[in-house]
Design a protein around this ligand. Structure first.
Ligand SMILES: [Zn+2]
Length: 130
């Protein structure tokens, strides 16, 4: 069965708006056994309909490194924890933050440091995240 993958392209800024253009990658595609002689390819016109820059179709298997989540999945499955595992191999690449409700600019504080932030910067407030 064919697989659908998204390949994100570099973000594009137009004024204050931004867009992440993408390419739809279809691999492991099996051509129909009796293709029509002059009919359009089954994926023709799909890019325009879904807003993709292009559709790439391969009969072979194509792996997109950016979409490889096996390290993350193995880490989540193996740790048995319900929260972040800061000892996992992906720690340091993923950091959970939450906004501080007392800092004027709603500064994003790493969750692992939130209690310390509240005690140090806002000792008069009850910590909402602790
Ligand atoms: Zn704060």
């Amino acid at each position: 069965m064919a697989r659908l993958q998204i390949l994100e392209l570099p973000e594009v800024f137009v004024g204050a708006a931004s867009e992440t253009p993408f390419v739809l990658v279809i691999d492991q595609w099996e051509p129909p056994p009796y293709p029509g002689e002059d009919g359009p390819h089954p994926y023709e016109g799909i890019a325009e309909k879904i807003g993709a820059r292009a559709v790439l179709v391969f009969e072979e298997t194509v792996e997109i490194p950016a979409n490889d989540t096996t390290a993350y999945l193995e880490s989540v499955a193996g740790c048995g924890a319900t929260g972040p595992n800061f000892a996992s191999p992906i720690a340091g690449r993923v950091e959970v933050r939450q906004p501080c409700p007392y800092c004027g600019d709603r500064q994003m504080i790493p969750r692992s440091q939130f209690t310390e932030h509240m005690a140090r910067v806002h000792p008069e407030e009850d910590s909402p995240g602790a």
